[in-house]
Design a protein around this ligand. Structure first.
Ligand code: CA
Length: 233
C-alpha cells in the first residue's frame, strides 16, 4: 500500500507541485487548506506523514502541530513543517511544538522527499509497537513504563521525557541547552544546571541494581545515551 501524505497548505500552486512530485515518487496524497480541515483529514484518512505549512489562515501551523500532538491517536504521527522563515528561533519553535523536521521554502522536491522518507523511517518502530529500546532498557510509550533488564524503573515525568529523548537519539551528544530546548521546551526558563540535577536522578533510577551506566557525560559538551558508559558525573 502506498504511504499517504497529508499536505496542509493554503497555496494552491504549491499543493499542485507537491502532489505531482509525491505521486511521481509513489506516495498517495490528500489535502487540507487549513488547520481545522487538517485535523478532520487526520482522523478520517489516517495519513502516514503530514507536511504542514507554518503560514495558514485562521489557525497557525504551529498550533495545528500542537493539536496533532495532543491527541493520543496522532501523537506519533510524523510532521514536517514547511515555512518561508529560516530563522533559528522559528526552527526551534517548530521543533518544540512537536514537528519532526523542518523544510524552508523554497525547497527542492527531492530534498523534501528525502526528509519525508527519513521521518517516516524514524517513526516506524515507535508507531509499530510504541516501544523504544536501548541495550537492556525498554520504554513503552503507550503505557508510560520503563524497564531495565525486565525490572521496572521508576522515573519522574521530567526524567521520563529526558530518557525518551535520549532513547530516540542514541549515541548522540546533546548540550545542556539542547536538552533544555528539546525536553523542557523553549518557552520555559530553566537554568542549564537543572539538566544536571535531572540527569543525576535519571542515572540513579537506571543504575539502581549496579548495572552498567548507560548515560555518558561528555566533559564540557553534554550528555548522551551510550554503551561506553560514564566518565562519572
Ligand atoms: Ca501558506
Amino acid at each position: 500500500m502506498k504511504p499517504l501524505v497529508l499536505i496542509v497548505e493554503d497555496e494552491a500552486a504549491l499543493v499542485t507541485m507537491l502532489r505531482y512530485n509525491l505521486e511521481k515518487e509513489g506516495f498517495a496524497v490528500c489535502e487540507a487548506s487549513d488547520g481545522e480541515e487538517a485535523l478532520v483529514q487526520i482522523a478520517e484518512r489516517k495519513p502516514d506523514v503530514v507536511l504542514l505549512d507554518w503560514m495558514l489562515p485562521l489557525v497557525s501551523g504551529i498550533e495545528v502541530c500542537r493539536q496533532i500532538r495532543r491527541s493520543p491517536s496522532s501523537r506519533t504521527l510524523p510532521i514536517i513543517m514547511l515555512t518561508a522563515r529560516g530563522e533559528e528561533g522559528d526552527r526551534v519553535r517548530g521543533l518544540n511544538s512537536g514537528a519532526d523536521d523542518y523544510v524552508v521554502k523554497p525547497f527542492s522536491p527531492s530534498e523534501l522527499i528525502a526528509r519525508l522518507r527519513a521521518v517516516m523511517r524514524r517513526a516506524k518502530p515507535a508507531s509499530a509497537e510504541e516501544v523504544l529500546r536501548f541495550a537492556d532498557l525498554a520504554m513503552d510509550l503507550a503505557a508510560h513504563r520503563v524497564t531495565r533488564n525486565g525490572k521496572p524503573v521508576h522515573l519522574g515525568p521530567t526524567e521520563f521525557r529526558l530518557l525518551r529523548f535520549l532513547m530516540q537519539h542514541p549515541g548522540r551528544v546533546f548540550s545542556r541547552e539542547q536538552l533544555l530546548d528539546q525536553v523542557w521546551g523553549h518557552d520555559v526558563y530553566v537554568e542549564p544546571r537543572t539538566v544536571d540535577v535531572h540527569i543525576r536522578r535519571l542515572r540513579k533510577a537506571l543504575n539502581e541494581n549496579e548495572t552498567a551506566d548507560l548515560v555518558r557525560t561528555v566533559r564540557s559538551a553534554g550528555y548522551s545515551l551510550d554503551l561506553a558508559g560514564a566518565d562519572a558525573a
